[in-house]
Design a protein. Structure first.
Length: 305
């Protein structure tokens, strides 16, 4: 079953203090984000001069805002993201897959990208409607993020076109994808279990069945441009926090376990690659099962940080 929501036990005074902190951080970061949007729009005329220059400017803007957001979480509110697993080389172009529980998964992954020096290179797979949202959505347009309509026939061609640009222009990328396609809830988990049983496969205890089409297409299109796939498993210590709880500083610690798979070790056949991802998801489910029982990951690898 999915991990229950975070329910911090605080006094009324502590609740008020954290609410004020949350309002401050949200207001400050959103105002800063709108200012970043203005700077991004001002960079657009430079497309007539150099597309590479515009991408460099927006890479810096994106990295700046995402970095400030993570600094708030770590330095101001003391949110400790413990990263363990495989040793991760610097300066790699990668695709990151992760389990998806709440919006706070995104802010958790900021810490990983920041530690690797690649926070400005994040490319998210997001719902198409997000691009109309001031702040986050507008910013993602300038950062070459990938907007999907949840209509595979339309998304497939759009995805191919954008991925080919990444490769042709040799754009540094950290592509992040929640391959379950949506955040897990009890209702969605139950539907996933029923679907798994209907097709005769073992259901997951803590995850949804991964959607493999976008993953296999991305790997096929970027195989010569990527160095590895990072499989990140996010474990919350006291319950799953909302983004608002993250902004309030209710989260004390998050455990992030990362496994690295070189592109050269992945199958090239689409069906085999799909089965490879499904196998990783069963391993991830077992990791989470162990984590929820013991409060720690299996001690098989050296910590990353």
């Amino acid at each position: 079953m999915p991990l229950p929501p975070l329910q911090p036990k605080l006094s009324p005074l502590a609740q008020l203090w954290r609410t004020l902190k949350g309002l401050f951080s949200f207001s400050f970061l959103f105002s800063l984000l709108l200012l970043c949007n203005v700077c991004q729009m001002l960079s657009a005329p430079l497309l007539l001069v150099s597309r590479r220059l515009v991408r460099s400017i927006n890479r810096w803007i994106g990295g700046f805002w995402w970095g400030v957001s993570d600094w708030f979480a770590g330095s101001l509110y003391g949110i400790d993201v413990q990263i363990s697993g495989d040793t991760l080389p610097l300066k790699e172009n990668v695709m990151v897959t992760a389990n998806h529980q709440e919006m706070s998964d995104i802010t958790t992954l900021f810490r990983l990208a920041r530690k690797q020096g690649r926070i400005g290179d994040l490319k998210w797979f997001v719902k198409d409607i997000i691009k109309y949202v001031p702040g986050v959505g507008w910013g993602m347009i300038f950062l070459d993020c990938i907007f999907l309509k949840r209509d595979w026939k339309k998304d497939k061609e759009r995805l191919k076109g954008q991925l080919s640009r990444f490769k042709e222009d040799q754009i540094p990328i950290w592509t992040l994808s929640f391959v379950e396609g949506t955040r897990i809830t009890e209702r969605k988990h139950q539907k996933s279990v029923e679907y798994a049983q209907s097709i005769g496969v073992e259901p997951h205890k803590h995850l949804l069945i991964p959607r493999t089409k976008g993953f296999t297409l991305t790997l096929d299109a970027l195989r010569d441009h990527l160095d590895a796939v990072y499989d990140a498993t996010i474990g919350y210590v006291e319950g799953v926090p909302t983004l608002w709880q993250w902004c309030r500083g209710d989260v004390q610690r998050v455990e992030l376990h990362v496994r690295r798979f070189p592109i050269s070790a992945l199958p090239e056949d689409e069906e085999a690659l799909s089965e490879w991802l499904k196998a990783r998801w069963y391993e991830k489910d077992a990791l989470l099962d162990y984590y929820y029982e013991h409060g720690a990951w299996p001690q098989t690898e050296e910590p990353v940080a």
